[in-house]
Design a protein around this ligand. Sequence first.
Ligand SMILES: [Zn+2]
Length: 177
Amino acid sequence: MAEEVKYFEPFDPKTRGDELGNLAPYRQGRPHRGQDWAPKENSPIKAICNGTVGKVFWTDVLGNCLVHSSADGKYWVLYAHLAKPSELKKGDKVVGGQTVVGLVGGGKNTPSGSASTGAHLHMTIAKMGPKFSGVDAHLAPFEDLVDPLTLFGAAPKKTVAAKVASAVKKVVPTKKA
Ligand SMILES: [Zn+2]
């Protein structure tokens, strides 16, 4: 039974990094698939909402990851570049703003995955079904991703679509053959 869910931004907004859809040159034309925050390495990361752990895993790109559902049945929430494997296991309940899902990694002293150039949390949020029903939020099609900032009552100034469109305009001329 779905419950009403409150969402908590995991870190101070001042630590926000690249946003969903970011097309900085180092992304080589692939829009950023989530939101970054860059607090101190090894800072504890608290779950952004109530939910249930779906998967704890490693990828060469994202390093140590954890995915949990949102208890309202709407989303899969992925936390990437954790400093070490989460102590939580599939099926564990998490409480928004309370349960520590892992520590911030991806910096000098922690394993990171190749997509990290400094300690930060990367978060991808994917809508649950009907197009994407898997737990692997990092594999969801871009159209099924949700801007995490919109869930914290802190919508970005420009819409993501507008940002991507303006970034694409800037990038296209340099891509002429
Ligand atoms: Zn990121």
